[in-house]
Design a protein around this ligand. Structure first.
Ligand code: WNU
Length: 152
């Protein structure tokens, strides 16, 4: 069995490699490792459904997901993005204080996501102005691209 210490080190160095978190001070990153949960998904499983309330932020540690969204003029949600290891999602509902704006569907068996709840996300982002500004800007950009493709 893997020790807690080994698990901690593994996720710590992984989170260091996530571009969004690269600049976070060591103690912050260590705190995130302490409070994150790991969720496993199989291909076809919905990790997030658009329109639902959401209180969690995800970082992909293994596998792949696709992003789909309901769009005017199409009977089925349209595929708009693919995310892999080191990518993250779910920040928009937390930052815009809105419901989930897209579906996230697991696209590979045994996909692992690191999950951070709202409280810890706010602690991670809130005390770090650059990160907050970056994410805010990004989320606004997502809203603009939603409008361009006539998301419902
Ligand atoms: C998109 N429009 C919308 C993605 C992930 C992170 C970044 C792109 Cl920084 P949520 C659904 C999630 C949403 C985003 C993610 O889906 N998403 C998008 C789009 O074009 N959402 N509205 N592309 S992948 C992605 C940039 O994370 O957060 O909580 O749940 O609304």
């Amino acid at each position: 069995m893997q020790t807690t210490q080994a698990r901690h080190e593994e996720y710590f160095s992984f989170l260091r490699s996530v571009s969004l978190l690269r600049e976070l001070p060591e103690e912050k990153l260590a705190k995130i490792v302490d409070c994150l949960e790991v969720d496993h998904f199989e291909k076809g499983e919905y990790i997030i459904r658009e329109g639902e309330e959401g209180n969690t932020f995800f970082i992909i540690a293994k596998g792949e997901v696709i992003v789909t969204q309901s769009t005017e003029g199409f009977p089925e949600p349209q595929e708009i993005n693919t995310l892999g290891v080191g990518d993250y999602f779910g920040e928009k509902a937390l930052i815009s204080e809105d419901v989930r704006s897209a579906n996230i569907i697991c696209n590979e068996n045994d996909t692992h996501c690191l999950v951070v709840d709202r409280e810890n996300f706010n602690q991670m982002v809130g005390t770090y102005e650059e990160l907050q500004a970056y994410l805010k800007e990004y989320v606004e950009e997502l809203s603009r691209s939603d409008e361009r493709r006539n998301a419902l």
